[in-house]
Design a protein around this ligand. Structure first.
Ligand SMILES: Nc1ncnc2c1ncn2[C@@H]1O[C@H](COP(=O)(O)OP(=O)(O)OP(=O)(O)O)[C@@H](O)[C@H]1O
Ligand SMILES: [Mg+2]
Length: 100
């Protein structure tokens, strides 16, 4: 599972815009994407609510202490997903959470 963290204290520097762009491109490339939103403004949640598509799922985590647990939970869910014995799944099937 690949995890990208987009973080800076400076407002309006492009975190949310970049997270959305990366998520859409990664999905187009075949990745499963989860966006973990740590911003109480809810930019990513609001964006997802305006979309008709279910993916990518946006998971709000406003308590910083919960981020690690949420990532571990995503990793466990990915690991427990049944897969065909052969051929092995291609890397592009891996989940890609993006924290923004
Ligand atoms: N669709 C758009 N059209 C024009 N400008 C945009 C668009 N989306 C974002 N911007 C601008 O791009 C800049 C980056 O915004 P963005 O919300 O991604 O930053 P951010 O780092 O997430 O901000 P914050 O710290 O407030 O969460 C802002 O100046 C914003 O106004
Ligand atoms: Mg933002």
């Amino acid at each position: 599972m690949l995890t990208l963290v987009l973080a800076t204290q400076k407002g309006g520097s492009g975190k949310s815009t970049l997270a959305i762009g990366l998520a859409l491109v990664a999905m187009q490339a075949g990745h499963t994407v989860r966006l973990i939103e740590t911003d109480s403004q809810g930019t990513l949640s609001n964006w997802q609510a305006r979309r008709s598509a279910a993916e990518p799922i946006v998971e709000p985590v406003y308590n910083g202490r919960e981020i690690e647990q949420r990532l571990l939970s995503l990793e466990r869910r990915r690991s427990s997903t049944p897969r065909a014995a052969s051929p092995p799944p291609p890397p592009r099937r891996f989940a890609m959470p993006i924290c923004a």
